[in-house]
Ligand binder design. Structure first.
Ligand code: ZN
Ligand code: ZN
Length: 337
């Protein structure tokens, strides 16, 4: 019996998709993914500043990410090209498309096909529900490139709705004090607002100027955030304010300081934080989310971009798959986690 060979000679993805100084480079497509230095052609997964940098000549991404990047980085000389979800584009010798990653508004996984192999670069992602962005859609692939921000078994994120319930319980218990919630301006803030609305808080939410531009872009893309007001208009008592904890206005008196981050799962981090009330809310996959996703996409090979690689590589190996660290640098520094 004659076995038919593959259509293409087997070209292992590590020969055509590999780290360079600028970032992860796709040679047959002639582009970098989330490069950390300015390049001619970049494909951008999402608008967090460690993934979306200024100065590229051409950027291919989602319309939401292009809008967020323009707002954060200025218009500059960059030319943006945007793709609908699932719209396939030929770039050089590869086919490429974007699929939701569920991390923040516009966050995309990048699927690349070349020489009969499919690689999916997931950027940052999460599996918890979040109505402020399109949910993660798994794509079957030969190589899955994953982050590992919370790649340790201790990280199991609780239900975010329960965490927001703790905030509203505190608001009800301490009606004379304002609550200032420190959280990252892109993604965490808008998710938190959605969670507050879904939990029944339809009163005003006061925003530091640093976060209001991002909220406006969410609203422009159809994510309703309700009654948002300026920080300067906050009453001295009983307000819910979203602002960096480093810039709490004196006019708020003695507010309850709240912080929302996946890192607060670690007792030491929670104690180091200035917060009276730590909320464990993360926009990244936790340990179970990482392993569940890796199982779901079925890739025999996993590449890990940033985070705690060692434990994840070990666990993936136990489950009969090959995993390796890509050792990309420059990520995870300003991400909100
Ligand atoms: Zn990241
Ligand atoms: Zn991110």
């Amino acid at each position: 019996m004659v076995e038919l060979g593959p259509l293409w000679p087997m070209v292992h993805p590590e020969t055509w998709l590999y780290p360079r100084r600028e970032g992860l480079f796709c040679a047959p497509g002639g582009f970098f993914i989330d490069p950390v230095r300015a390049v001619d052609r970049a494909v951008i997964t999402h608008a967090h500043s460690d993934h979306a940098r200024a100065g590229h000549a051409a950027v291919l991404t989602r319309p939401e990410t292009a809008a967020l990047m323009r707002a954060r980085l200025g218009t500059g000389r960059t030319i943006y090209q945007t793709l609908n979800w699932g719209e396939v584009l030929r770039l050089g010798e590869v086919a490429i498309w974007l699929q939701p990653a569920g991390h923040v508004l516009g966050s995309a996984q990048i699927a690349i096909e070349y020489a009969g192999q499919r690689v999916v670069v997931s950027g940052d992602y999460k599996r918890q529900p979040d109505r402020s962005c399109a949910p993660f859609e798994p794509i079957a692939c030969d190589v899955f490139v994953t982050e590992a921000t919370f790649g340790l078994p201790i990280f199991r994120h609780p239900d975010a709705a329960d965490e927001v319930g703790k905030l509203l319980a505190s608001v009800a218990r301490l009606p004379d004090r304002s609550h200032v919630v420190g959280c990252y301006s892109l993604g965490k803030t808008q998710r938190l607002i959605c969670l507050l609305r879904d939990a029944g808080w339809d009163g005003p939410i006061h925003l530091h100027p640093a976060v209001s531009t991002m909220c406006q872009i969410y609203e422009n893309f159809g994510i309703g955030l309700g009654d948002l007001r300026k920080l300067a208009e906050a009453p001295s008592r009983g307000a819910i304010v979203l602002a960096p904890l480093s810039s709490v206005p004196a006019a708020l008196g003695d507010p309850v300081l709240v912080q929302a981050s996946g890192w607060l799962r670690v007792r030491k981090r929670a104690l180091q934080s200035r917060a009276d009330l730590p909320l464990v809310i993360s926009d990244h996959a936790d340990w179970d989310g990482l392993l569940g996703t890796i199982a779901e996409v079925g890739a025999p090979e996993i590449w890990i971009t940033h985070g705690s690689e060692a434990a994840l590589i070990h666990e993936i190996g136990k489950r009969g798959r090959r995993a390796r660290a890509l050792r990309l640098i420059g990520y995870g520094v300003e991400d909100g986690q």
